[in-house]
Structures are given as C-alpha cells and as structure tokens.
Design a protein around this ligand. Structure first.
Ligand SMILES: C[S@@+](CC[C@H](N)C(=O)[O-])C[C@H]1O[C@@H](n2cnc3c(N)ncnc32)[C@H](O)[C@@H]1O
Length: 274
C-alpha cells in the first residue's frame, strides 16, 4: 500500500490530494496495485459494487494496450506517444515497444501528479531507446505535442495511444472528446496510428450508468460512449481489422481468452492515417 503519510512528495513539492479519489489510483486498485489511498479504495469499492467486473475490465484493457502496441511496432513504428498513461504497471508500453524495436522512443503524458511521482518506472527503457514523461492534460494538445517533439520526430509516423482516457472527457459546451482527439491527430504524419479504448454502455447499460454515477460523485467526469461514437473518434483513418470491437476481441491472444464483452465494458480499435 502507498505510504499514507506521503501526501507531499518533498523533493518536488507535489500535492497528491490524497483525500479525494483519483481515477489513476482507482484504476491501480482494480489492477491490484499498491499506489492508492483510502479515498481511492473507498470510491473503487463503490465502483466495484456498481460494476463488479471493473477488475476484469481493467486487465482486459491493459492486455489490449499490449497487443495493439506490439502489433503497431511490428508494422514498423518506433515512436509512441501515450496519453493518460496511468500509474506504471509492468509491462508498460515502452517495455512492449522496445521489446520489438530496442531503439523505440516513447513519451508518456498524464495530468495526475501521482503518475509524475512514479515516472522513474516509465523512464527505465533500453540504452538504445529513449523514454520521456510529460505532465500534461489531454485537453492541451499543444503543450503535450511541443514537449513530445523533444523526444519524437513528429515529421515521421508515430503511434498515438489514448487508452482508457477519453471517457474522462465529458461532452459539454466548449469541450468534447472528438475535438480533443482532432487537436492531436491533425498534427501527425501520414502512416501514424491511433489507438483508442473507451468505456461503453452498449453491453451492460445499468451497470455502466451506476459506474458513471460513482465517478461523478467522487468528482471525476465519466462518459460512456456507443460503438458509433467511439468509431467516429477515428475520423476517416483506416481501421485495422477487426475494427472497433469489445477490447478482448481485438486480435485476441491467450491473455484475452475468457473475458466477455460485458465484463470488458470497453471498445477498442486501432487506425492508420493513409
Ligand atoms: C483508467 S487510467 C488508464 C491508464 C492506461 N492508459 C491504461 O489503459 O492502462 C486513465 C488515466 O488517464 C489519466 N487522465 C484522466 N484524465 C486526463 C486528462 N484530462 N489528461 C491527461 N490524463 C488524464 C488518469 O490520470 C489516469 O492515469
């Protein structure tokens, strides 16, 4: 369990606000991690009451991230930008990417200070490759892209991962997930890939509605989207087979076996520009 007295990380003076539940730490709890505090565990407990498959959903989502990253690396991509990274959980994206290309470059970005305090685990890549971390909000594409350009060559194709993060962007006046995605992908080179997974109500509407309520009551926006809405986030990019499907159905391997669509609760897809 995290050191519950460590509200401040003295060397960098970050306030972790441990008395309020955070989505990254709740997710860490579903995954069986130890970087969470009582407020996170209390909210995560209510989330598990609302959506009892949350642990399975989180594991299925991580497994999708690994499969998609490996597949894209095997297609020749050696630069990755992962937004909404989460608390490090091995194997992290850079371990998968650098397992294919030892020289792969990976930039992580998250807006939760707890991820920053654990960033060293994200920066332990291969000697040949490079990993970097940006503290940034997905709604601020310019800041993230400018910082990422220190490590990645944005004139060349990259893989942009937005895995289990866009459902925290609720559509409301002045903000919507489609614009958030567009602000990034309009700057990417042809041959780039976009990876998305996203919470949906399509499989279990009642449990999903309960889950949205729990997150909102803990101060976090959560908006499930339909298959049509998730597909639209890819704009006219070319979806890789099998398209937008429940996360365990995206090119499954042994890790994905046995998880149903309703348990996974998320859509997933990968698309290519050009
Ligand atoms: C459910 S976790 C997903 C972690 C990882 N992508 C995965 O799929 O295993 C969502 C992550 O998105 C981050 N996040 C939520 N809203 C964000 C925002 N507006 N900007 C950047 N990151 C955000 C949270 O801090 C958390 O780390």
């Amino acid at each position: 369990m995290a050191d519950e007295t460590a509200q401040q990380t003295p060397q960098i003076g970050i306030n972790l606000n441990i008395h309020q539940a955070h989505s990254a730490r709740m997710y860490d709890y579903y995954l069986g991690g130890v970087t969470n505090f009582p407020a996170d565990r209390e909210a995560a407990g209510r989330a598990l009451d609302a959506f009892p498959n949350a642990r399975l959903a989180a594991h299925a989502n991580r497994a999708f991230m690994r499969r998609a990253t490996r597949a894209i690396a095997e297609l020749g991509i050696d630069q990755f930008l992962d937004i909404g990274t989460g608390i490090p959980t091995s194997p992290n994206l850079h371990e998968v990417a650098q397992g294919v290309h030892a020289g792969a470059r990976v930039v992580y970005a998250d807006n939760d200070p707890i991820v920053l305090t654990h960033a060293e685990a994200l920066l332990d890549g291969t000697a040949q490759g490079r990993t970097d971390y940006v503290q940034g909000d997905i709604r601020d594409a310019r800041t993230i892209l400018e910082a990422a350009a220190q490590t990645l060559d944005l004139e060349r194709p990259i893989a942009l991962s937005m895995v289990a993060v866009l459902h925290f962007i609720a559509d409301r006046p002045g903000q919507n997930a489609a614009d958030v995605v567009d602000a990034f992908i309009s700057h990417l080179a042809p041959g780039s890939y976009l990876v998305i997974s996203h919470f949906t109500a399509d499989f279990d509407p009642e449990a999903t509605a309960r889950m949205e309520k729990v997150y909102r009551s803990s101060g976090t926006d959560l908006q499930a989207r339909t298959r049509e809405e998730v597909t639209a986030l890819f704009q006219d990019w070319r979806l890789l087979t099998p398209g937008v499907v429940a996360s365990p159905r995206w090119n499954p391997d042994a890790d994905a076996a046995g998880t149903t669509d309703a348990q996974a609760g998320c859509y997933a897809g990968v698309a290519r520009l050009g």
